[in-house]
Design a protein around this ligand. Structure first.
Ligand SMILES: Cc1ncc(C[n+]2csc(CCOP(=O)(O)OP(=O)(O)O)c2C)c(N)n1
Ligand SMILES: [Mg+2]
Length: 235
């Protein structure tokens, strides 16, 4: 997530649940000190690493996001921690802003003179220098770059040549087709009690949950359990 997104309410809810249920999640924060066109100072009084300290049980770590070695080793530690402890961790990576917020919101519009300062922290030249220092030849790096450029160009050309998407196909694969296509059952069963709509929805969710015993007993379900559950679920 970006540093700006961490100031949003949904993230507080996610962090709270993650520590409460001890969920094995890595929150990787890319802190470029901008949220669209607002600076860090305009958005918040603390960064994500400091904020995470408020969530008891959230492990946290800082890495230098412009430095490959720091980021790579940091992520290795974070993955080990989550696998072993089955608990959440936040990794805060300080990064320069190199790209645009979106293709429609261009960095030149809001970054002004600051762009050059951020470009100095571009991780690519820093990594290149590091690799040269580790004894990798500049020829090997040049070859690698040429190979990557060639691959990107060929993929780009392939994409440009492919047909446009079909208009009536835009929502395919968005939702699984529902097996419920007609109303069944009795709306006015004998001795039935009238309930408000929200209660009816809660009863329905309750019935669904009753068929997932592990979830109902509030045990944590691991990824394999979910895969198993969805594989067996009647479609
Ligand atoms: C819940 C919610 N609140 C507000 C927004 C509006 N919004 C979109 S992007 C953004 C800031 C994102 O900042 P950051 O995550 O740092 O991304 P960056 O601009 O660095 O790419 C905001 C506030 C949103 N999309 N969702
Ligand atoms: Mg940002």
């Amino acid at each position: 997530m970006g540093d700006g997104s961490v100031t949003e309410g949904e993230v507080a809810e996610a962090f709270q649940m993650a520590v409460l249920k001890k969920l094995p999640i890595i929150y990787l924060i890319q802190d470029n000190d901008w949220g669209i066109s607002a600076t860090g100072k305009e958005m918040r009084v603390m960064d994500a690493y400091e904020y995470a300290a408020g969530f008891k049980g959230m492990e946290r770590m800082r890495v230098d996001g412009k430095d490959f070695e720091s980021s790579f080793l940091g992520m290795q530690k974070a993955i080990d921690y989550v696998r072993k402890e089955r608990a959440p961790i936040l990794v805060h990576a300080k990064c320069p802003l190199l790209g645009h917020h979106t293709s429609g919101v261009r960095k030149e519009w809001y970054r002004g003179d600051n762009l050059k300062a951020h470009a100095k922290d571009d991780p690519f030249p820093i990594f290149e220098k590091y690799l040269l220092g580790q004894g990798i030849s500049s020829k090997a790096l040049k070859d690698l770059k040429q190979k990557a450029d060639k691959k990107v160009l060929s993929d780009f050309n392939k994409a440009m040549k492919s047909p446009d998407p079909e208009l009536d196909d835009f929502d395919s694969h968005e939702f699984a087709p529902t097996p419920v296509t007609e109303e069944k059952g009795n709306r006015s069963p004998a001795k039935g009690e009238k309930v408000v709509m929200v209660d009816a929805a809660l009863h329905a969710v309750d019935e669904i949950l009753k068929n997932i015993p592990k979830l109902c007993s509030m045990d944590r379900m691991w990824e394999e359990d979910w895969v198993e559950y969805f594989a067996k679920r009647p479609h």
